[in-house]
Design a binder for this molecule. Structure first.
Ligand code: SDX
Length: 393
């Protein structure tokens, strides 16, 4: 609405920046991507179209979208030698550990030919990362469950390709369920970008030194893994499993309010939203739809989640601290109903967020005034003092 933001020109760290990509109003619970509200994009658009919007600033024409989808589809395969990286991991490695390693290793396969100061080469790196992340995430999953890799197919849309790479086995045909594909695509869209969150700020800070995009995205994946950030979707489902039944909710509400207890309600609260996370609203609707369509609407975790949400929203503590469900509160319930183990929840968040990280990486690099990030500190340590020889200590 023509809002103008002014920044302290002396503010040198990349922790604060100007961006035209995503706008969040934490008090209103509003999220816009290039001006378009997230609930409309989730309902009317689809992930690759949202990728185009985030990358280039406008919704594509039909021809532009067809060309973009063709370019992404034709970059979904990995260099065959990269398969060796997966086999270096322990069988029980967390898929996020595999993703950090393999995406970082892309520097050795693709960065040698990427001049980040060349717009076309930045474009190629962007398409490669968006295209290959589902393949990497799916292969990380297959490796950790001891099943053979399933290669991408060019006749499938982005979400269907990912589902097939995760769930198909050579022993039988796999037909993608359109319900799952639509739900998967919507989850990708809801996680695509979110302004200057911790992992995006990590990518920006790494990029500010001129590091290659693959290494910068690997840094973002590492940061996203934490349970306070992208790891919350896995932690939230594990919390719902631990609570188990509705009658145990008061015990956990009390623990969340107890300052002596480190327990926090996973999937609740946010650094910016002091109102409902608009993505959580869409995710809750989607959970109801998907679980009903899959015939598991009586999933006990969904019942516990809804009862927990109601108990927290009616508790003065959470109202006073403005704690509401965030994007991670319902996503895990949908993903589990779709057949994913909890260990795959954050890898799915990471592959969805790759377009947000890459869009903000590109935005930084086209700014000629951009300097290396250098957050400052408030020193509270010892004042100046002379060295003391060990015999005098
Ligand atoms: C994501 O930044 C982004 O945009 C991130 C993200 C994205 O798309 O990139 O939106 C994705 O990371 C969502 C958040 C997922 N994390 C969780 O669900 C983990 C559980 N939530 C919390 O750990 C917490 O809410 C944070 C980390 C998200 C925010 O923590 P803060 O910065 O401490 O939140 P706050 O300052 O608003 O907290 C206010 C008070 C504090 O108590 P006091 O110090 O005032 O006494 O509320 C308390 C907090 O201790 N509090 C909680 C709580 N979250 C905050 N108490 C119980 N349960 C919680 N979940």
């Amino acid at each position: 609405q023509g809002k103008v933001f002014t920044f302290d020109p002396g503010f040198t760290s990349t922790a604060a920046c100007e961006s035209t990509i995503t706008y969040i109003d934490g008090d209103k619970g509003e999220l816009l991507h290039r001006g378009y509200p997230i609930d409309q994009l989730a309902e009317k658009s689809h992930y690759l179209e949202v990728c185009y919007l985030l990358l280039y600033g406008e919704l594509p024409t039909a021809a532009q979208l067809e060309d973009f989808e063709h370019r992404v589809t034709n970059h979904t395969m990995l260099h065959e030698q990269m398969m060796n990286f997966f086999r270096g991991f322990r069988r029980d490695a967390h898929p996020m550990a595999v993703m950090v390693g393999v995406v970082g290793a892309m520097s050795a396969f693709y960065h040698d030919s990427t001049d980040i100061n060349d717009e076309w080469q930045r474009e190629v790196a962007s398409i490669r990362l968006i295209a290959k992340m589902p393949t990497i995430a799916a292969m990380a999953y297959k490796y950790t469950i001891g099943q053979p890799f399933v290669y991408p197919r060019n006749d499938l849309d982005y979400a269907s390709n990912f589902l097939r790479m995760c769930f198909a086995v050579p022993a039988e045909d796999y037909v993608v369920d359109p319900i799952l594909s639509r739900a998967m695509d919507r989850i990708f869209t809801l996680h695509a970008d979110h302004e200057q969150n911790a992992s995006t700020s990590t990518v920006r800070l790494a990029s500010s030194s001129g590091a290659n995009p693959f290494a910068c995205i690997a840094a973002g994946i590492a940061c996203l893994w934490g349970p306070a950030h992208g790891g919350a979707n896995q932690a939230c489902l594990e919390m719902l499993e631990e609570i188990g039944t509705v009658d145990r909710i008061p015990e956990y509400i009390a623990r969340a309010k107890d300052k002596e207890d480190p327990f926090r309600l996973m999937g609740f609260g946010h650094r910016v939203y002091k109102n409902f996370d608009p993505r959580a609203k869409v995710m809750k609707q989607s959970a109801d739809e998907v679980l009903e369509l899959l015939g598991v609407e009586n999933n006990p975790k969904l019942q516990v989640a809804k009862a927990l949400e109601e108990a927290a929203l009616n508790d003065p503590y959470f109202a006073e601290k403005k704690l509401f469900p965030n994007v991670d509160f319902y996503s895990g319930i949908i993903l589990e109903a779709m057949g994913f183990p909890t260990s795959m929840f954050t890898p799915i968040f990471a592959l969805s967020r790759t377009v947000g990280w890459i869009s903000q990486w590109k935005e930084m690099l086209v700014d000629p005034t951009q300097k290396i990030g250098r957050p400052r500190q408030l020193y509270t340590g010892e004042p100046f003092r002379d060295y003391t020889d060990v015999e005098n200590r």
